[in-house]
Write a protein that binds this ligand. Structure first.
Ligand code: DGL
Length: 259
């Protein structure tokens, strides 16, 4: 069986790459629901319904554990998936999100003020604010919706993305840690680091693979089912003309096909 990685588009490939680098032996199944991208400006009902359809599809393809790399889907759908959907539909499958491991990383080193950049839906859910305050009640939190960044990245317009990062950085200069709360932002983490040189920028591609490794070491009931043939399958629900190019920036020999 496989490790599944789900995203609303191609941003989750960055996370998949980090998994493959750390845990190359496993079989991976990637699914990007690019037909519905961006999730970040959809209603919660739409995001939940797309996420459930993705879970059904990925389970039918043999995923034993699914990491929802999409922050927006994690924010809106993860609790329902874990508590209601999985127990009825596929109780032997495990679904994990990205928010809690990210929050744990952001709160290292006694930070006082944490910034979050994310999609409008993730900011509206206040999931990062809530999870940060659960661990550190007195932490100050600044949440900023940055809806221009995903379209710029998916369309390979990195100069434009940097202009937006520069603008957003003006409101983030006084935070200690900045959470890049969106799958796509690791691709532009250098811009955040350039424009916010004194801020600790928390990028999910740098922390999530270790968390998965720890999880698998602790959960033999999942790990022992995983195939170890280094197979990789990358699927999207629709192509745009930049898909292959964005993907090829990350993996030399990647073949993406339509689900
Ligand atoms: N994958 C989404 C996230 O991590 C960003 C793209 C979108 O809006 O669908 O929040």
């Amino acid at each position: 069986m496989k490790i599944g990685v789900f995203d609303s588009g191609l941003g989750g490939l960055v996370i998949t790459k980090a998994f493959i680098e750390k845990l190359p032996e496993y079989n991976y199944f990637y699914y990007g629901d690019s037909a519905h991208l961006p999730y970040g400006d959809k209603t919660s009902g739409q995001i939940l319904s797309y996420s459930l359809a993705a879970m059904r599809y990925m389970i039918s393809k043999g995923c034993k554990i699914i990491i929802i790399a999409c922050n927006t889907a994690t924010a809106i759908s993860l609790r329902y998936i874990q508590q209601r959907f999985i127990p009825q539909y596929a109780p032997d499958v495990k679904v994990l999100g990205v928010v809690i491991p990210t929050v744990e990383s952001a709160l290292q080193n006694n930070v006082k003020k944490v910034g979050i950049v994310a999609t409008s839906a993730t900011v509206r859910s206040h999931i990062y604010l809530q999870e940060l305050k659960k661990i550190k009640t007195d932490v100050d939190v600044v949440e900023i919706a940055t809806p221009e960044l995903v379209p710029a990245i998916e369309n390979n317009k990195f100069n434009l993305a940097e202009e937006f990062v520069k603008e957003y950085s003006q409101s983030l200069k006084n935070v200690d840690s900045l959470i890049l709360g969106c799958t796509h932002y690791p691709l532009i983490k250098d811009y955040f680091r350039k424009h916010l040189p004194d801020v600790h920028v928390v990028s999910q591609d740098e922390l999530i693979a270790e968390k998965l490794q720890n999880y698998l070491q602790r959960h033999n009931e999942i790990e022992s089912f995983l195939g170890r043939n280094s197979l990789r399958e990358f699927k999207v629900s629709s192509f745009n003309k930049h898909s292959q190019k964005v993907a090829a920036n990350l993996f030399d020999d990647i073949v993406i096909t339509k689900a």
